[in-house]
Structures are given as C-alpha cells and as structure tokens.
Design a protein around this ligand. Structure first.
Ligand SMILES: Cc1cc2nc3c(=O)[nH]c(=O)nc-3n(C[C@H](O)[C@H](O)[C@H](O)COP(=O)(O)OP(=O)(O)OC[C@H]3O[C@@H](n4cnc5c(N)ncnc54)[C@H](O)[C@@H]3O)c2cc1C
Length: 306
C-alpha cells in the first residue's frame, strides 16, 4: 500500500534545560506541545497524522533522565531517557528484574532499541507494548512531574485504554521505580508475533510467582497479559485459583484456561481474536509449567541443603 503521508509535517523542536522548564512549556502551549524521548512512536504518529503538535519537547537530555539506580535494599529506578539497549545491558536489570530485560529484547530490532525507551513504551499505552506487563508484575511506580509538583502513580492505575492514560497533558513521567522482587521469585515472559524479528506481539504472557505462606497454596502468582485487551491486564481469576488451590498439573491447566477466558482480544491484521485467546491459554500453560518447575526445584535444593 502506498503511504499517503510519506514525509513529516513541520514542527518546532524544543530542548528544555530542566524538567520544570519542560512542564512550563507544555502548560503554556496546551494541545500544541507534546513531550517525547526516543521518538520511535511519536515521530511515526506525527508522520501518519495521528497527532499534530506544533512543538515536540525533547526530554532526553534532562539531568537525571539517563540514570539506572539500584539499591540492594530499596530496589531499582529507571529514568525516562534510558534506552532499551542500555536497560538490557544493565546488571541489576538482568540479574534482579530479568523479565524486563527479556521483554525489552523483543522490542523491534537492535537499532530501534538504541532509541526506544521503557518510559516511552509505557506512556504510549499500547495494549501490545512489550515491556508494560513485566513492569506491572514487578509492581512498578511511576514518578510524574506537573505544575503542582511530583506525584507517584502505581503503574496498575495508569492506563485507561489504547493510547490513554491518567497523565495530564502538562505532566511528564520522570522515572519508574520497582521494589525488590519478593524472595524466591521465579518468572517467565513468553510472546508470539507473526515473525521472530521486530513485529508487535499477537499475544504475550508474563508470570511472576513466589512462595507466600499466607496463601492456601503456599504461593502467589502475578499473571499479566499483553495485546489481548484494551490495556495490558492481570488474569485475576487465574491468579486467585493458583493461590487458593493446591498446585498440580490440573490446577495449572485450569489457570491457563481462565487466563484465555478473561481476555477480550480484537480481530486485526496480525491475528483473529479467537487465535489470540487460544494463544493466551497455550502460552500461559507453558509459562506456568516452567515457573512451577523452577519453584519446585528451589524447594528440592533447599531440602538438599538443609
Ligand atoms: C519499527 C518499529 C518497531 C517497533 N516494535 C515494537 C515492539 O516490538 N514492541 C513494542 O512494544 N513497541 C514497538 N515499537 C513501538 C516503540 O518503539 C516503543 O513503544 C518504544 O518503547 C517507545 O519509546 P520512545 O522513547 O521512542 O517513545 P516516544 O515515541 O518518544 O514517546 C511515546 C509516547 O509517549 C509520550 N511520552 C514520551 N515520553 C514521555 C514522558 N516522559 N512523559 C509523558 N509522556 C511521554 C509521547 O508524547 C508519545 O505519545 C516499534 C516501533 C517501530 C517504529
């Protein structure tokens, strides 16, 4: 198909010196100015006339926006302008939050990942944003800055629908913070696309599970589903079943079935709704099995060491 909009429309490039200056500019140009980081979503949307700002406000060079900070007791903070490649190469991300690194590796190709950011992926609020589900299962908290100062937003409360968030037009996201994952956590990220290289997910499943003595099954599971609802969602019924019922092959199968049933996918050029739902069941079943095997292995090793 011939692209009817092959060139970018004109816009003014704004490079604020401070985050406060960025906010001021956004506030004084309502509906005309838009913040951006890597621009990999923003510039495509601009070229396709899905957005038409007169000003693009570049947040990439702001002080502190390039940091990855890890405290062994407090957890991890990833600032807004950290690229996917920088994040994937970061030791704490690889070692302590491996699901974020695994999902980030699925985003586009290498060149794209040297521009694209985690915060851009989140703020774009696409239901198929690859890194959103891992950030949800690790309990991500966004730090936003606006005219009234800073506020923290739990990532689970951030999304309203495709491309829609609770962020005000004059607010920016400065970073995302993660607590340490619960002790004994094991996880898996599985996704399926039309091809292995750089296509958006047809469906993806992210699971984080950990021992939890307060649950009847002895475990707590967080299961997040990508590209199968208007936003990335938790498979709540499946999570409940896995925490309340003794864990065995049958429980895992039932949980996978519940995950498939809880989503509301669309038919589109990538896949039918039916196929997506089926893939959620299959991927959830596979991921649960692998996570459960890892959790059991940990128990055996602890028994052997004790
Ligand atoms: C060829 C190609 C392949 C792709 N493949 C994938 C893929 O496989 N998986 C995937 O998930 N995505 C994919 N994407 C989409 C995109 O690369 C990602 O969503 C990326 O992470 C966006 O990050 P960015 O920094 O480029 O965001 P930008 O384009 O800079 O911004 C994205 C949106 O967020 C807003 N925004 C940015 N920063 C802030 C902030 N700090 N505060 C408030 N709002 C902000 C912008 O206004 C814009 O609406 C692909 C894109 C392309 C062009």
């Amino acid at each position: 198909m011939i692209n009817p909009f092959p060139v970018l429309p004109e816009f003014e490039y704004i490079r604020p010196k401070t985050a406060e200056e960025a906010i001021q500019f956004l506030q004084s140009h309502p509906e005309q100015a838009r913040p951006f980081l890597g621009g990999t979503d923003c510039l495509v949307a601009l070229r396709n006339r899905r957005i038409s700002p007169n000003f693009l406000v570049d947040l990439k060079y702001l002080d502190g926006f390039q940091d990855v900070i890890f405290h062994p007791h407090d957890g991890l903070t990833i600032a807004a302008a950290v690229s996917m490649n920088e994040m994937i190469a970061s030791e704490p991300v690889k070692m302590t939050y491996p699901l974020i690194a695994a999902a980030a590796r699925e985003v586009g190709g290498y060149q794209l990942r040297s521009r694209a950011t985690l915060i851009g992926n989140i703020c774009n609020a696409s239901p198929c944003g690859d890194t959103i589900a891992p950030c949800l299962v690790y309990g991500g908290m966004l730090a936003a800055l606006g005219p009234d100062g800073k506020r923290c937003i739990a990532l689970k409360d951030f999304f309203l629908g495709p491309g829609k968030t609770i962020l005000q037009p004059n607010e920016i996201v400065c970073s995302i913070r993660f607590p340490l994952p619960p002790a004994g956590s094991r996880g898996k990220y599985l996704s399926i696309g039309r091809n292995a290289l750089g296509d958006l997910a047809i469906a993806a499943v992210t699971i984080l599970a950990f021992p939890d003595a307060s649950q009847p099954s002895g475990y707590c599971f967080r299961i997040a589903l990508t590209a199968v609802a208007p936003t990335v969602i938790f498979a709540e019924e499946a999570q409940r079943l896995l925490s309340q019922t003794p864990l065995n092959e049958k429980t895992l199968e039932q949980a996978a079935l519940l995950a498939g049933q809880c989503c509301s996918p669309i038919d589109d050029i990538r896949a039918s709704a039916h196929y997506r739902r089926e893939m959620v069941r299959v991927l959830t079943g596979r991921a649960l099995q692998q996570v459960w095997n890892a959790l059991q292995k940990d128990v055996q090793q602890e028994g052997g060491n004790g």
